[in-house]
Design a binder for this molecule. Structure first.
Ligand SMILES: [Zn+2]
Ligand SMILES: [Zn+2]
Length: 214
């Protein structure tokens, strides 16, 4: 399965950068929507992403830099939007005018589509994704407000974790990343430079337009 970064603080040439995060997991699942619909749409068009394939959106948490581009539903066919329980009512209200949208409230861990599971809402704030790959699990995070260590220990209940991609927030227990093969700190990561230098063989830079084979 491939993961495409479509919105990030940094971008490859020809794409736009912006404070926020969004990525496409496989072809069907859009995880977060960045801060701004126009930037998100521009980047997705430049990347020639097939809107007809996207049938699922997952919003990690309530912050505007992850939910601001939600109007992307205008480009889609029937789509289910998975929202943590703590901010489900306002998002449902916001999306109530769209006939193609079904809003789904998330509390506990559930499989969203085959091979992609949400951790469920952690600490009444945020959900992350756990993606099954042939080589192990890869975690996809928004900002990691509940803590990368907490998110990792929830995912580990399902099997060995081999990678993590997304915002790491203020996470600094870097030793916990030692066994991973794929470390991709994006958008909201305080210690990004330290992570990239300490794990120079297993970590990668993140930018809108980059594609990772999971
Ligand atoms: Zn946040
Ligand atoms: Zn953020």
């Amino acid at each position: 399965m491939r993961l495409t970064i479509v919105y990030d603080n940094e971008a490859v040439v020809r794409l736009k950068s912006g404070w926020g995060f969004s990525c496409l997991v496989g072809e069907n699942v859009l995880f977060d929507t960045g801060a701004d619909y126009k930037t998100l749409l521009f980047n997705m068009q430049q990347l020639k992403i097939d809107f007809a394939e996207i049938n699922t959106i997952v919003l990690s948490h309530a912050h505007g830099d992850h939910t601001g581009g939600i109007e992307i539903v205008r480009q889609l066919g029937d789509v289910r939007v998975f929202v943590p329980s703590s901010f489900f009512p306002p998002i449902r209200r916001l999306l109530s005018g769209f006939r193609n949208v079904e809003t789904v409230e998330v509390t506990t861990m559930i499989e969203i589509v085959e091979g992609i599971t949400t951790t469920g809402e952690i600490d009444r704030t945020e959900q992350s994704l756990i993606v099954q790959t042939s080589k192990g699990l890869v975690i996809v995070t928004g900002c990691s407000h509940p803590g990368v260590d907490t998110i990792m220990s929830i995912a580990e209940e399902h099997g060995p974790v081999r990678g993590i991609i997304g915002g790491f927030h203020g996470f600094d227990r870097l030793g916990l990343l030692g066994d991973l093969e794929m470390i991709v700190p994006c958008h909201c990561t305080k210690h990004k430079r330290r992570i990239l230098s300490e794990f120079s063989k297993t970590s990668s830079h993140c930018a809108a337009g980059m594609i990772f084979e999971l």
